[in-house]
Design a protein around this ligand. Structure first.
Ligand code: HEM
Length: 469
């Protein structure tokens, strides 16, 4: 890849597939949807406020107009429900978890889980996150100078480590590598779009692409059952004996309206959900941040300086003081949103941007398109974290930037993820310099989450200043 580091900041244009001049035909759409859905978008999607049309997936409206998105996700959210396709793609393990349940079940779970992610609770996880960051740095410091590493799985390992420390802070009780391998197998297969799903075949027909994931999920479920049972025994002996981690909070969760708690199956499904929704997404935000930073000497230096100053102080201050680090992560999630699209099915008719939405229409917001929309962003395809610095950040329309969604179903882990990504990135910038492998061509691919195809090979070097410490 060309070295762009000396180009003026505003001209850093990281790789993205060129929008098509016209929509693909039905067969090509099927093929590209399976391979890489972001390659199906046309120029019109990036230029118009709303696009309506019959497609192989039925009637679809793609909305880019902030006021209409607000109506769709917030003001008239009750008219839109998660579609069957999404449920099938997300699979078995998440079935009873917050991400997938709908209606009254979702409302009750959301009430019960909200206390797990309040600012105060999230802040209480900063130490565990910081310890994971320090461990990652220590592990990388043991690697040979100039070694080639694949940053994507490295980040996935780090975010899994954070979830392990915050969900089961007293350990997993069995070989963590075995569990990690099972989880990785599960999440590798679970997100693949099966042709049967696209063609709306009945749910009882086995999906070949999912068979592998079932065995991995069974193994994981069994392990988690054991962990839940042990923790319950501890809680019976006295609340103060159990760590105040997400598992304890899940077991103690109570619906403020009915007093009901979560069933064991719901606790289990939400653990899989937190890991499923929270590990690869955050890992990809970090991976893309490191890639973008490797293109910009200026931002690399700014972040290293900020990390030197802030990480020398108390952990409690990190969230407020790692301002430029957070801006880079936000800009990385604009250009490469880990969740690249969200969709719902209309329960009844509606009006969006003056267009009539009929019952059953699939309404979609693609963060990939929205975050690069010509009507909403100045130099939409350029990397420029200044957009997210205080003073500029407030001018961004709330509904033009949706890495975590919006409305009642907004990501419950948003502030957790931001805190985590910020602290981990600061640790890496303080200690290392990462450069993309020479001549490597980075290609973003949407496979449930948006990631660099084939990983992100980077050359790992220590920062000189760090060695002098
Ligand atoms: C950078 C990291 C993350 C990104 C980009 C992200 C993005 C999203 C988005 C866009 C949604 C809304 C989907 C929709 O409305 O259709 C969502 C929902 C959700 N996320 Fe995240 N997420 C991240 C990290 C996390 C973490 C760390 C957790 C938990 C520990 C988490 C748990 C959830 C859950 C449970 C939901 C479903 C909420 C509901 O339906 O009520 N996410 N996430």
């Amino acid at each position: 890849m060309t070295d762009l580091s000396f180009e003026p900041q505003r001209r850093l244009r990281p790789p993205a597939p060129a929008p098509l001049d016209a929509p693909l035909g039905p067969l090509a759409t099927m093929r590209v949807l399976r391979k890489n859905p972001i390659e199906t978008w046309t120029k019109a999607h990036f230029e118009l406020p709303i696009l309506m049309g019959p497609t192989i997936l039925g009637a679809i409206a793609v909305v880019n107009e902030p006021a209409a998105i607000r109506r769709f996700l917030v003001d008239n959210a009750a008219n839109y429900r998660k579609d069957a396709l999404q449920r099938r793609v997300l699979g078995e393990g998440l079935r009873k978890g917050l991400l997938v349940v709908d209606g009254d079940d979702w409302r009750a779970q959301r009430r019960m889980l909200a206390p797990l992610f309040t600012p105060k609770t999230v802040a209480s996880f900063a130490r565990a996150i910081n310890a994971a960051g320090e461990d990652l740095v220590a592990r990388w410091l043991r690697l040979r100078e100039g070694r080639l590493i694949d940053v994507q799985p490295e980040m996935a390992r780090a975010t899994l480590d954070v979830l392990g420390r915050t969900i089961f802070s007293d350990g997993l009780g069995r070989d963590p590598n075995e569990l990690t391998a099972a989880l990785t197998r599960y999440f590798l297969t679970v997100g693949r779009l099966d042709p049967f799903d696209l063609l709306d075949f009945p749910e009882w027909l086995p999906r070949l692409t999912k068979l592998n994931s079932r065995a991995a999920l069974e193994f994981f479920s069994e392990a988690v059952d054991g962990i839940i049972a042990r923790r319950k025994r501890l809680l019976v002996k006295g609340k103060e004996r159990a760590p105040r981690d997400l598992l304890t909070l899940l077991l103690e969760a109570q619906d403020p309206q009915t007093g009901a708690g979560l069933s064991d199956a719901e606790v289990q499904s939400n653990i899989v959900t937190f890991i499923g929704a929270g590990h690869e997404t955050t890992a990809n935000a970090l991976t893309w941040s490191l890639f973008l930073l490797s293109m910009s000497e200026e931002w690399r230096e700014r972040l290293a300086a900020e990390a030197d100053a802030v990480l020398a102080g108390p952990v409690e201050d990190y969230a407020d003081r790692l301002i430029e680090t957070k801006a880079v992560i936000e800009e990385a999630m604009r250009l490469y949103p880990p969740v690249a699209s969200m969709s719902r099915q209309a329960v009844g008719p509606d009006d969006l941007c003056g267009k009539r939405i009929r019952k059953n229409t699939l309404v979609m917001v693609s963060q990939w398109v929205l975050h690069r929309h010509r009507l909403l962003w100045d130099e939409p395809d350029s990397f420029d974290p200044r957009r997210f610095l205080p003073g500029a950040r407030e001018k961004i329309d709330r509904f033009a930037y949706l890495p975590f969604g919006a409305g009642p179903r907004i990501c419950i882990g948003a502030s957790f993820a931001l805190l985590e990504a910020t602290i981990i990135l600061a640790h890496l910038m303080r200690s290392f310099r990462l450069d993309l492998k020479r001549n490597y061509v980075v290609k973003p691919v949407q496979h449930i989450t948006l990631r660099p195809e084939g990983g992100l090979p980077m050359i790992l070097r220590r920062r000189r200043q760090r060695e002098a410490l």
